[in-house]
Design a binder for this molecule. Structure first.
Ligand code: APR
Length: 232
């Protein structure tokens, strides 16, 4: 019996116990800010300073945050599982990397990356970006946060779809299942006969599509599941 191929999707809930806010929980980021003001290309065009300040604050907070037991357990799974482990995250923080994970697929971009809106060059973002910052490649004053905003196309979708097509197990951790295409990954996994598991504090919008639902805090549910998998 070959070791199962595992695809993992994480959301803001896996970073909640590291002190980073989620979006749709009580008092979450979308209760404090209007999505159309800080997470759309139109909002950036309308008021780039507001958007740059929003991501500067999140980048500074993420820089101070530490990975929790859930991040570390997924890194251990990647290191020790005999089958393939693909880690896709909707999160823009670097807690998976700080927790020891490698080759993390950031489908919504990353706080630590800057993007040139003119030539699409990417470079490590400074802790605090400024409006009209010059691109080191084309010198255009068109640097922006390397974040996928609403209405934009998530990154790495071809690779993600290829791994889902070959998944034996699909696990969604700490995501409310509200935002597509990520919320549709469970359907794609079911279509190829994969076992589907949800690990969330509250049931997600698409909880009915999961074979196995494990409610609770990620810092508890994820290490328990990883121990099960590694015990074979
Ligand atoms: N452990 C496990 N799950 C948790 C925890 C925790 N400690 N705390 C919260 N959760 C769960 C919540 O129950 C909720 O279902 O995490 C989920 C967070 O949902 P959202 O705030 O909607 O975050 P997410 O699903 O990642 O949002 C997806 O929406 O706004 C966009 O681009 C943004 O990537 C984000 C996307």
């Amino acid at each position: 019996m070959t070791a199962p191929s595992i695809v993992i999707l994480t959301g803001a809930g896996i970073s909640a116990e590291s002190g980073l806010g989620t979006f749709r929980d009580e008092g979450g980021l979308w209760a404090q800010h209007r999505i159309e003001d800080v997470a759309t290309p139109e909002g950036f065009a309308r008021n780039p300073q507001l958007v740059v300040d929003f991501y500067n604050a999140r980048r500074a907070q993420a820089a101070e945050a530490s990975p929790n037991a859930a991040h570390r357990a997924l890194a251990q799974l990647q290191a020790e599982h005999a089958g393939s482990v693909t880690l896709v995250t909707q999160n823009v923080d670097d807690l998976h990397e700080k927790g020891g994970s490698t080759d993390v697929i950031h489908m919504h971009g990353a706080l630590n990356s800057a993007l040139c809106a003119t030539c699409e060059h990417r470079w490590p973002a400074p802790l605090a970006m400024s409006v009209g910052q010059d691109c080191p490649n084309c010198a255009g004053p068109t640097a922006r946060p390397d974040i996928v905003w609403f209405g934009e196309i998530p990154y790495h979708m071809e690779r993600i779809e290829r791994t889902l097509a070959n998944a034996d197990v699909f696990v969604a951790i700490g995501t409310s299942g509200n935002v597509y295409p990520a919320a549709g990954f469970v359907q794609m996994a079911r279509h190829v006969g994969a076992e589907t598991i949800e690990m969330n504090l509250e049931p997600g919008e698409n909880v009915g599509l999961f074979d196995d639902v494990r409610p609770g805090k990620a810092s508890e549910t994820v290490p328990n599941w990883v121990a099960e998998i590694l015990a074979g």
